[in-house]
Design a protein around this ligand. Structure first.
Ligand code: ADP
Ligand code: MG
Length: 297
């Protein structure tokens, strides 16, 4: 027996490692007008590493890393995993984190050894009231790390700057070719939407061949950008890992989740899943969708 074209396209997509959730999705992929990418965990491999440790004030490298890693331990963010790995690699013993809380696109906070530890984006520095010398020191380190294309993670202990961790991440090996193929297929250049700083975003975008870059976005800002892209009835496909882009994935016409690192929420609410995290499969399934639709109509 022969399968209907959309169903056989779904089966073929599966062989490319793409789980397409319905025949409707399989058909709509053909109409993708703009592809938007999340950065961390999507265009990058999602296994960043701590490249530099810069303690501030009276903190030592070890104490900075130990406290930051303890606070990050409960987090599922790829940056958190990198901080924990760096601490483990140095044989540091991590105390338990109490009262853990995370703010998507911002960072985490927890009580460690009775001290309040906050780890996250440099926006944290805006909350520091005293100790202007330490703040100035940390801002300088942050600026140079960002200029070098790194993600600067700031650490506060009891509201005082304890230092900066500079994290480096690598572009996924299929990203540049996927961006080129998508530009060719859709006639529109893909867009980058990231919560990371502009320096790190620009460095990665240049490697990927993306020119339309929006950095420093909170989850709600990503939603607003997707809406802007949708203006004029354009169908937007967003690829993300769901760590902080679940609302934007839901807003996009088609939400595609990375399978390897995707959060449970992203995997269950996405329209399609890149099971093997292979970005090259994306243009392949759009092409499959177009072929299937030609057979349907
Ligand atoms: P992207 O949009 O590229 O996926 P995220 O929104 O996940 O990036 O993160 C944006 C920024 O928020 C990070 O660059 C970092 O500064 C901060 N951040 C978010 N979560 C954490 C965390 N668990 N630890 C440290 N920093 C974090
Ligand atoms: Mg992400």
């Amino acid at each position: 027996a022969t399968m209907p074209p959309l169903l056989s396209a779904i089966a073929l997509a599966g062989r490319h490692g793409v789980l397409v959730k319905s025949a409707v999705v399989m058909e709509q992929l053909a109409d993708t007008a703009t592809v938007a990418f999340d950065k961390t965990g999507t265009l990058t491999g999602g296994t960043p590493r701590v490249a530099e440790i810069h303690p501030a004030g009276a903190f030592t490298e070890q104490e900075l890393l130990r406290l930051a890693a303890a606070a990050e331990h409960p987090s599922e963010h790829p940056l958190a995993a990198a901080v924990v790995t760096a601490a483990r690699d140095r044989g540091l013993h991590l105390s338990a984190a109490d009262d853990f809380d995370s703010a998507p696109g911002r960072g985490v906070r927890a009580t460690v050894d009775g001290r309040l530890v906050q780890v996250g984006s440099p926006v944290l520095l805006d909350t520091v009231t005293g100790d202007t010398d330490a703040v100035a020191q940390v801002r300088t380190i942050t600026a140079s790390a960002q200029a070098a294309g790194r993600t600067a993670v700031v650490v506060l202990v009891d509201g005082i700057p304890a230092g900066v961790l500079a994290l480096a991440d690598r572009i996924r090996h299929a990203a540049t070719a996927a961006v080129a193929a998508l530009t060719e297929l859709t006639g529109t250049r893909p867009v980058l939407l990231t919560g990371d700083n502009h320096g790190a975003a620009a460095r990665l975008a240049a490697e990927a061949g993306i020119t339309d870059v929006h950095a420093g976005l909170l989850p709600a800002d990503k939603v607003a950008h997707v809406r802007t892209l949708q203006a004029g009835d354009r169908r937007v496909l967003l690829v993300g890992d769901g760590v902080n882009d679940a609302p934007a994935l839901a807003t996009a016409d088609l939400g595609v989740a990375m399978g390897g690192r995707g959060s449970d929420l992203a995997l269950s609410s996405a329209d399609a899943v890149l099971v093997r995290d292979d970005l090259a499969a994306l243009p392949a399934v759009i092409a499959l969708s177009r072929r299937a639709r030609r057979l349907v109509v």
